[in-house]
Ligand binder design. Structure first.
Ligand code: NAD
Length: 288
């Protein structure tokens, strides 16, 4: 049974996963190598809890959990020492993820399940670097975690049925739906989302329409709740670029990252998290 969850990486996804876990009754430790990232995550989580309580989205007990049942740290061994489940949400780089899991393995209990929140990569490959690949799985959350209903679940070659069942029960406790997807680069969601977003960026580069025009056309004409450029800004353009690079490398030419995406990342326009991407953002509006 999972009572304690350690989340590794406190960026866009890690902090969202930690928030959802703590308001769902789990004890949580949130770790990052950067103390600034940990501090930012704490302010985000506490700010989100306050706004959510004010709007009636969470009860008083869930709000209290945010202050009593979550621990923030930069110390990885301490974060995973007594944990039942580790959810990794560091940058989308396979070597980094493997290195993180090597350390996690050294310091976590044998019984712990290890999950990666990778958007595109192979749980078989990442899991092969761990001592117990049968306890390794991909648990793909969506952004913003507190609002998005789905968790995609992807087994590695050796993932056991028991591991899948435990992850499904954690997802249910977090109020999420699951879809089990076979291992293939980008799974269902990232592969589809990356292609749509990349096409939108190429259209913008070719002068087909403005960002507002492209997003409005897709929302009102194709009934998508968000436009592809708004979506890319929300994901983070650096993260999106890493996803595209991985898909390009594994699935071929169709997934070549748009030159416009490369240009924006080089310019430091990373989307909502940096205040500017395809759109300009007011820092205050990013919470709910
Ligand atoms: P991010 O850049 O916002 O955050 C990554 C965090 O990892 C940073 O705070 C960084 O300091 C930390 N980090 C780097 N190396 C570390 C280490 N060795 N130990 C601990 N922390 C470390 O990235 P993100 O958007 O949160 O993405 C994280 C993962 O989630 C990626 O695999 C990404 O593909 C996946 N994902 C992202 C989204 C999204 O919409 N952004 C959605 C689903 C899945």
């Amino acid at each position: 049974m999972v009572e304690h969850i350690a989340v590794i990486g406190s960026g866009t996804m890690g902090r969202g996963i930690a928030y959802q876990a703590v308001i769902s009754g789990f004890n949580v430790t949130l770790q990052d190598i950067s103390s600034e990232a940990v501090d930012n995550a704490q302010s985000y989580i506490e700010g989100l809890a306050a706004k959510s309580r004010e709007k009636g989205y969470i009860q008083q007990e869930q709000y209290d959990n945010v202050f009593q049942k979550i621990h923030y740290t930069t110390d990885l061994p301490e974060a995973v020492k007594y944990t039942d489940l580790v959810i990794e949400a560091v940058l989308e780089k396979v070597d980094l993820k493997m290195e993180v899991f090597k350390q996690v393995n050294e310091h976590s209990p044998e019984s712990a399940i290890l999950a990666t929140n990778t958007s595109t990569m192979s749980p078989t490959e990442i899991g092969a670097s761990t001592k117990n690949p049968e306890k390794f799985i991909a648990m793909h959350f969506f952004n913003p975690v507190h609002r998005m209903k789905l968790i995609e679940i992807i087994r590695g070659l050796d993932t056991s049925d028991e591991t899948v069942e435990v992850i499904k029960s954690v997802a249910i406790q977090m109020g999420k739906e699951t879809v089990e997807v076979n291992e293939f680069p980008g799974f269902v969601t990232s592969r589809m989302n990356c292609v749509i977003g990349n096409e939108a960026m190429n259209m913008l580069m070719e002068g087909v329409a403005s960002p507002e025009g492209i997003d409005k056309a897709i929302k009102l004409g194709l009934n998508h709740p968000m436009g592809p450029l708004e979506m890319a800004d929300l994901v983070g353009l650096d993260t999106r670029l890493r996803n595209m690079e991985y898909l390009h490398q594994t699935l071929g030419e169709k997934y070549r990252p748009s030159p416009l995406l490369l240009k924006y990342v080089k310019a430091g326009r990373l989307g909502k998290k940096s205040g500017r991407g395809f759109y300009q953002y007011d820092r205050e509006e990013t919470l709910l």
